[in-house]
Design a protein. Structure first.
Length: 139
């Protein structure tokens, strides 16, 4: 039984990928911490300083999204679904879903206040500001 648990932990660690939360290159935002990111992606925070933020995320079946939800939000898919059902009745909507990491980068470059998480390799080549860098693959 211990071997199965160790294998599963190793598999999750090996599947983790390095990612970054990005925004426009000319954004007044310079960095966000994990608590701020969690609050933004759970609809609890809409402004950072005086900047209105618009969170973006990949499709539901994207492995990076599952990793982000597990590591940053600390919630299962079912718990997030329940969270957003309750928030819906308060007039709130979940983060905007984008079709690909490249679409996240393109949207972030054009829309002031847009923030999105992408594989770090895209962020390092994209002329964007990295607000948070998670070196998940190195854990």
């Amino acid at each position: 039984m211990e071997r199965v648990a160790a294998f599963l932990l190793l598999a999750v660690t090996l599947c983790a990928q390095e990612w970054a939360l990005i925004t426009r290159a000319d954004s007044p935002l310079a960095a966000l911490d994990a608590a701020q990111i969690r609050d933004i992606y759970l609809g609890k925070m809409h402004y950072v300083d005086s900047v209105r933020v618009y969170p973006l995320q990949p499709e539901a079946d994207d492995p990076l999204r599952r990793q982000f939800e597990r590591e940053m939000l600390g919630l299962s898919r079912a718990a997030l679904r329940e969270w957003w059902i309750r928030r819906h009745y308060l007039g709130q909507r979940p983060p905007k879903v984008m079709g690909s990491a490249e679409a996240v980068v393109a949207y972030v470059r054009q829309v002031e206040g847009a923030v999105g998480y992408v594989p770090y390799r895209l962020a390092s080549d994209a002329n964007v500001t990295v607000l948070f860098h998670d070196a998940g693959a190195g854990r």
